[in-house]
Design a protein around this ligand. Structure first.
Ligand code: C2E
Ligand code: CA
Ligand code: CA
Ligand code: CA
Length: 279
């Protein structure tokens, strides 16, 4: 596939002047994409802030469109979320991520300790089949539940009691729950502990403007908040050695970002991070 670029990514908005028409067209094409296997997962490594060893991999979806090339998730996930497609798409993501993880597990030359993370849309918490589906994935691919992480954004805290129940059901399967983009929406901070999250994923906005003193204090405050409440932390958007060092000094457990690697196709992640990493 061609590299993903703004021009290609905005294919739909350029070709369909009417926003509604564009959305409907994406939705139709996305349905086809699910049936015709055009969706792919890329994988971005997460390293331990102390040992720099691989400790996690986040699965990030792309659409390998036959005419356009790779389309980033921000261009089509919102459309899927507005229709019921998000459920099918979300189930596909879980299934594919678990399948890939189990393949790596079987081919890895050394003990397999890292975890795999998948993103879940808040709307998927309303999918009554989610727990069953996840259980099937774990069983089918023989994945220990504690090596799977589900990432949800803060919008899933704002939703209903049903969503809270669903999070509790997921948590009781033994999977880890990470609150993604942490710090970007403060609305439910007071209720955070009522939710079964055990990992906070600090949004890249806090890491990336670290040269600003205010921003640096904010990152520090967020880390001490998270750690004092007993959360494990992951920082995303690590682009430089400075970002890496500051986050490591603040006690962030796991680091993720372009400094270590961009999201990679499965085969590349395997070659660069699984087969070749020192034991
Ligand atoms: P996210 O979950 O917050 O993912 C992090 C995004 O930051 C990814 O963009 C990743 O490629 C990018 N990133 C990683 N390291 C760096 C860095 O060092 N600097 C910068 N500037 N960016 C970095 P991506 O892959 O385009 O995904 C965008 C969003 O789409 C994700 O944000 C997530 O909300 C959503 N998404 C991706 N895959 C899925 C999925 O399977 N299901 C759902 N529901 N949403 C997904
Ligand atoms: Ca994420
Ligand atoms: Ca994030
Ligand atoms: Ca995000």
């Amino acid at each position: 596939a061609k590299a993903m670029g703004r021009n290609q990514a905005q294919f739909y908005s350029r070709h369909f002047h009417d926003q509604v028409e564009s959305r409907i067209r994406i939705e139709q094409d996305l349905k086809k994409a699910l049936d015709q296997d055009q969706l792919v997962l890329f994988y971005q490594p997460q390293v331990d802030a102390r040992s720099m060893a691989l400790v996690g991999v986040e699965a990030l979806i792309r659409w390998d469109h036959p005419d356009i090339g790779l389309i980033p998730p921000d261009e089509f996930i919102p459309v899927a979320e507005e229709s019921d497609l998000i459920h099918e798409l979300g189930q596909w993501v879980l299934d594919r991520a678990c399948q890939q993880f189990s393949e790596w597990r079987q081919t890895s030359p050394k003990p397999f300790t890292f975890s795999i993370a998948a993103n879940l849309s808040a709307r998927q918490l309303k999918d009554t089949g989610l727990v069953d589906h996840l259980t099937q994935c774990l069983n089918r691919y023989q994945i220990p539940a504690n090596q799977l992480e589900l990432e949800l954004t803060e919008s899933s805290l704002e939703s209903s009691l049903a969503a809270l129940d669903m999070l509790k059901s997921l948590s009781s399967l033994g999977v880890n729950l990470a609150l993604d983009d942490f710090g970007t929406g403060y609305s439910s901070l007071a209720h955070l502990k009522e939710y079964p999250f055990n990992i906070l994923k600090i949004d890249k906005a806090f890491v990336q403007h670290i040269e600003s003193e205010d921003q640096a204090s904010l990152l520090k405050a967020i880390c001490s908040f998270a750690h004092s409440l007993g959360y494990e932390t992951v920082a995303e958007g690590i682009e430089t050695a400075v970002h890496r060092d500051i986050c490591a000094d603040l006690g962030v457990k796991r680091l993720q970002g372009y400094f270590f690697s961009r999201p990679l196709p499965a085969s590349e992640l395997e070659a660069r991070w699984i087969q070749s990493s020192p034991s």
